[in-house]
Structures are given as structure tokens and as C-alpha cells.
Design a binder for this molecule. Structure first.
Ligand code: HEC
Length: 111
């Protein structure tokens, strides 16, 4: 018989019980192999995704509160939350203004 993978399998069985235990070694090898397969499949890192600044608040309350007041934190604003962020005049009709305040998704920058 040729030496190789089969030799190792038989060796495994031989250490547990002397003689005629090739089956045990093979089963042990198969179980080990399956455990390896399933552990590598289970160890896959979940896909990273954006969690947002709010998620930091629970542990970094003080840092979050002071950061929230900086210009950096407020560079992109939703006019639904901050109507003052949109500087245009949406109260008086203007033929050049073809959209309403409610149609603005976000405002970038501030005065
Ligand atoms: C579950 C609690 C928790 C959450 C949520 C959390 N952190 Fe932390 N963060 C910690 C702890 C605890 C430390 C201190 C770790 C240390 O010193 O070894 C830390 C340290 C840090 C540091 C290093 C601070 C320094 O002075 O070295 C930064 C930067 C940081 N966090 C940013 C964030 C950001 C950004 C988020 C949100 C995306 C966030 N953290 C969410 C618990 C948290």
C-alpha cells in the first residue's frame, strides 16, 4: 500500500487501540475534518455596515454631546429636522424656484 493520507488515518486509530481499528481512525478523521469545515464556515466575519453616529452615544455620551455641536457634525443636515438649514426663500412664490422645502433631501454646509 502507498504511504500518504491513508497512513496518517491508520496511525490515528492505532494509538487508541492496537490492531484492526482502522474504522475508528477514519471516523475520527472524518469528524475532525467536518468540525474544521463547519468552524471555518461559522467564523466568517459579518459584512461591515454603517452604524451612524447615534450608535456611539450610549458609551460616549459626553463626547457625543460636545461633538454634536461642532460644525463638522452639522455639515450635512436634514431640513425636515433643521428647517433653518435651508437658506432659500420658500415662503414667497418664485417662478425660478421649481421645488419646495419638503423636496430637499439634505443641505450641505452652513453660514
Ligand atoms: C459598547 C460601548 C461603546 C460603543 C457603542 C462605542 N464605543 Fe468607543 N470606546 C468604548 C470603550 C470602552 C473605549 C475605551 C477602550 C480602551 O480605552 O481600551 C472606547 C474608545 C474609543 C475611542 C478611543 C478613544 C481614546 O481616547 O483613545 C474612540 C475614538 C472611540 N471609542 C470611538 C467610537 C465611535 C466613533 C463609536 C461609534 C461608531 C464608538 N466608539 C462606540 C466603548 C464604546
Amino acid at each position: 500500500m502507498n504511504a500518504g493520507c491513508g497512513e496518517g488515518v491508520r496511525g490515528l486509530g492505532d494509538t487508541e487501540a492496537k490492531g484492526g481499528s482502522d474504522g475508528i481512525g477514519l471516523v475520527a478523521f472524518a469528524v475532525l475534518y467536518l468540525m474544521l469545515l463547519t468552524s471555518t464556515a461559522g467564523a466568517q466575519t459579518p459584512k461591515a455596515h454603517f452604524v451612524g453616529s447615534e450608535s456611539c452615544k450610549s458609551c460616549h455620551a459626553a463626547t457625543y454631546t460636545s461633538w454634536k455641536q461642532t460644525r463638522m457634525a452639522n455639515v450635512v443636515r436634514d431640513p425636515k429636522e433643521h428647517p433653518e438649514a435651508a437658506l432659500g426663500d420658500f415662503l414667497h412664490p418664485d417662478p425660478l424656484v421649481t421645488f419646495g422645502l419638503d423636496q430637499i433631501a439634505f443641505v450641505y454646509g452652513s453660514r
